[in-house]
Design a protein around this ligand. Sequence first.
Ligand SMILES: NC(=O)C1=CN([C@@H]2O[C@H](COP(=O)(O)OP(=O)(O)OC[C@H]3O[C@@H](n4cnc5c(N)ncnc54)[C@H](O)[C@@H]3O)[C@@H](O)[C@H]2O)C=CC1
Ligand SMILES: CC(C)CC(=O)C(=O)O
Ligand SMILES: [Mg+2]
Length: 347
Amino acid sequence: MSRSLNLAVIPGDGIGTEVVTEGLKVLDAVLAGTDVKVGATTYDLGAKRWHATGETLPDTVLEELRGHDAILLGAVGDPDVPSGVLERGLLLRLRFELDHYVNLRPSRLFPGVATPLSSPGEVDFVVVREGTEGPYVGNGGALRVGTPQEVANEVSVNTAFGVERVVRDAFARAQARPRRKLTYVHKHNVLVHAGHLWRRTVERVGQEYPDVAVDYLHVDAATIFFVTDPGRFDVIVTDNLFGDILTDLAAAITGGIGLAASGNVNPDRTAPSMFEPVHGSAPDIAGQGVADPTATVLSVGLLLDHLGLSEQAGRIVDAVAADLSERGTAARRTAEVGDALAARVTG
Ligand SMILES: NC(=O)C1=CN([C@@H]2O[C@H](COP(=O)(O)OP(=O)(O)OC[C@H]3O[C@@H](n4cnc5c(N)ncnc54)[C@H](O)[C@@H]3O)[C@@H](O)[C@H]2O)C=CC1
Ligand SMILES: CC(C)CC(=O)C(=O)O
Ligand SMILES: [Mg+2]
């Protein structure tokens, strides 16, 4: 029986448009000859639309997006748009409205990939970053802005409901992996209100997963072990801000930000999940055709896996692994990498 995938594509800004082109190229290639047909609708959300209309994410577009099976996003953010307008008004609004409470960020050091670590050992972990709460919810404000008496608040919101659902997801993922280990990362020695909610939640939910070994790291110490002993990690669960920072570090130790994929997952499937590279719009290299599209291609793999196409998802990971092992040090252009990966998934 044939199947159709109804995708929404938001290329966004900067290198977002460049890497998404390659992601779609590989998607078409991996599905060629199968009975899966892709219908992709592109949405022009991002800086251009904001400049033209002042819109970030109109309600009508949000409602349309809800009707898709999944969303593929490049990146948003532009130096000519005030900082935060697109990041909050578009990207975070999508994550919050579509209830992407699991921000899934796998990190794996593929064979042959250069890392700044001298003896990394095997690195293969996944960060489960809470995606709808924490300091990113916009619960803040400022008084006497621009004066020497300015006071600025950005309050981290952590609810029992929100923490429990992401912690449960992380335990389930840890249980399904061979090492069955969960590290939760916070800063409960100082952030005693949110931190203790996280700690109590992990302890309580952990009783239902006696076969999962649990440990805890303060976030500052976690950064040490990311560099000195990344092999100790299997599944990491943490809040929205810590997870954001740790996953750029995770990318850096596993070959760079151009390889780091992510899924903003709505595990309850009440709305489409959204897949995107961990990186941003990289204005410093935008338009040059040199961005590495591998992170986006791997994000397409996560998308396929989420939609039950695990065989095709596995072919994407295998193609990336093979490409990386032979890549060498010569710089390759964005389209060259996309072409090579497209050829490998069909070959
Ligand atoms: N999910 C999203 O849409 C995100 C958006 N942003 C936004 O992107 C803009 C730029 O943010 P930055 O902090 O500079 O982070 P960034 O991730 O865009 O860039 C950081 C560094 O990594 C490099 N880089 C990023 N992606 C790369 C790739 N695929 N290949 C090779 N090099 C790559 C860039 O050239 C830059 O030197 C800002 O407006 C920011 O708010 C940042 C992170 C995530
Ligand atoms: C722009 C931020 C809200 C997004 C980000 O840095 C991320 O999700 O990694
Ligand atoms: Mg980030």
